[in-house]
Design a protein around this ligand. Sequence first.
Ligand SMILES: O=C(CO)[C@H](O)[C@H](O)COP(=O)(O)O
Length: 210
Amino acid sequence: MALTQMALDSLDFDATVALAAKVAPHVDILEIGTPCIKHNGIKLLETLKAKFPKNQILVDLKTMDAGEYESEPFYKAGADICTVLGASGIATIKGVVAAAKKYGKEVQVDMINVANKEALTKECVAAGVQIIGVHTGLDAQAAGHTPFADLAMIAGLKTGVKISVAGGVKAATTQQVKDAGASIIVAGAAIYGAADPAAAAAEITKIAHG
Ligand SMILES: O=C(CO)[C@H](O)[C@H](O)COP(=O)(O)O
């Protein structure tokens, strides 16, 4: 059993809420993507939290510095999970962990562009991080990269913390991602780019929960 997460990557406030309304019944976690939260701010988090109380909300802050200071307002406003870049370093990561602890919430460390993912994963686990995010970003995807090799390495560490996987995941690859050890399967374009986003989300969740 893996959870599913839909990445809301539009810049438009109303379009984001409308897409969330279609998809929310069919996924576990709604993600406010990085461009979307930068463009729309905390008001969008408050809106989604109020409208979709059954879903967890992840705010993809990708924090790079000032971990506690930047993330605390988002936890306070209802974020269940905030992300911090692994490349920021352990001091910033510990700051986000401190903010999350105040509200009983979770931290995801995004391993995008981290050179030594094994060493950082171990440091994160020791620091109290709940989720390691294996992530091939949109630009790396365009250059032909996928998250599968990193997923295999991090799952092989058997740390016991949750592993989230993002980077072009679609229905056709969901079973592979799940079997490789993902606890949270993230899909953005495969859902928002589908003719019927609700049906696409339901298909991915059926495989992830199966
Ligand atoms: O965080 C992101 C980009 O930095 C995306 O939200 C994430 O990669 C999921 O989208 P997709 O399934 O389209 O790759």
